[in-house]
Write a protein that binds this ligand. Structure first.
Ligand SMILES: NC(=O)c1ccc[n+]([C@@H]2O[C@H](COP(=O)([O-])OP(=O)(O)OC[C@H]3O[C@@H](n4cnc5c(N)ncnc54)[C@H](OP(=O)(O)O)[C@@H]3O)[C@@H](O)[C@H]2O)c1
Length: 331
């Protein structure tokens, strides 16, 4: 497909500074964890990428294992870059990660220097890129010294294979330790990627304070709780939904009680003139420490819904307390 980006794309999206770095990120970023693998329909995910970029979504988040099969999201993304999208490479922030199981044997998982360096080399080949903008350690490794993992991240930047480094799923104390090591090495941590949504508020228990204090950015993943914070499951589990086809969201997580609370959130969103998906994204962006909200999408319309969240990101005290009341029923 011949793609030409919308010339109005940069008037459409707010960009927020990532910690105290020189980099700004779009308020909404797009992740390729699901729906971009070899099992998915190319025309659909290609259109999702183009729609996102046309709306000013400049940041695309990948990982070595995204697919299925693992690696295929990177290969497909690389192929789309080759077919023309790559003309905009310098307008994009592309990230990838390593930290979960990727290949057989003792060197294809966790946080050794051996694994991180080899994995990024493989990711660059699949995406047909010389470098990524951000390389993440995907999860903490209890058995590799933190110094080794951070030294590997520093090395990767010095080799020119990544411009910045980030951490994902690190708890606050370990994140602080890692930030201190990285700062000493001369490669400060750019960003942390935690799971954060109205249904998963763990980052409020210390992580956001650590990020604020260290001036490290934050990109919130699974902001819609994989689709729960939309109107999708209000009346059962549709056949074409993640809960019906992917083990990452099992139907038994969608209890009657949860759905009844989500209906109340949906009513609060309606009273603000928003869809629930819009309110869920706006609710994360109200905190200035959140640099970007990292959504997933299986349809082009999901990108438009997310973008519409930006029309109203302000909350009154009474709206926030009504939301908190509902969330306290769930958590
Ligand atoms: N660092 C990590 O460990 C980690 C872990 C997980 C994810 N991530 C990152 O975060 C990104 C986003 O994660 P996520 O996909 O879980 O995010 P999410 O935004 O919480 O969920 C996205 C899913 O919600 C549904 N959805 C989205 N918009 C909708 C709408 N308007 N109406 C109805 N349903 C809608 C779609 O699922 P359906 O298929 O049901 O349509 C979509 O695939 C990933 O791609 C990845 O980059 C990182």
């Amino acid at each position: 497909m011949d793609y030409k980006a919308d010339s109005a794309r940069y008037s459409k999206m707010p960009y927020r500074r990532c910690g105290n770095s020189g980099l700004v990120l779009p308020a909404i970023s797009l992740g390729l964890w699901q729906n971009f693998g070899h099992v998915d329909l190319r025309s659909t995910y290609e259109n999702i990428l183009y729609t996102a970029f046309d709306l000013g979504i400049t940041h695309f988040d990948l990982a070595n294992n995204y697919g299925p099969p693992p690696g295929s999201a990177e290969s497909n993304f690389g192929d789309i870059l080759q077919k023309g999208f790559g003309a905009y490479r310098d307008e994009m922030i592309i990230s990838t990660k390593a930290g979960y199981t990727m290949w057989d044997g003792p060197y294809g998982d966790w946080g050794s220097k051996k694994y991180l360096v080899s994995s990024l080399d493989q990711s660059l080949k699949r995406m047909q890129l010389d470098y990524v903008d951000i390389f993440y350690h995907h999860r903490p490794d209890p058995n590799t010294p933190l110094e080794e993992t951070m030294t590997a991240l520093d090395l990767i930047v010095r080799q020119g294979k990544a411009l910045y480094v980030g951490l994902s799923n690190y708890p606050p104390e370990q994140a602080q330790e890692a930030f201190d090591i990285l700062r000493k090495l001369g490669t400060p941590c750019l960003i942390h990627q935690p799971k954060y949504s109205m249904l998963v508020r763990t980052p409020e228990e210390g992580l956001l304070d650590v990020l604020g204090k260290n001036m490290v950015g934050c990109i919130a993943f699974s902001p819609l709780a994989q689709g729960l914070l939309t109107d999708k499951y209000l009346n059962g589990i549709p056949a074409e939904s993640r809960a019906s086809r992917n083990p990452s969201l099992s139907p038994d997580q969608i209890t009657k009680e949860k759905v009844s609370s989500i209906k109340k959130l949906n009513d609060i969103a309606s009273s603000r003139g928003q869809k629930l998906v819009e309110m869920a994204i706006a609710w994360l962006l109200k905190d200035a420490r959140v640099t970007s909200v990292l959504i997933g999408a299986s349809k082009v319309s999901h990108i438009h819904d997310a973008y519409n969240a930006l029309q109203n990101t302000a909350f009154t005290e009474s709206e926030l307390s009504a939301i908190n009341n509902v969330l306290s029923e769930i958590n």
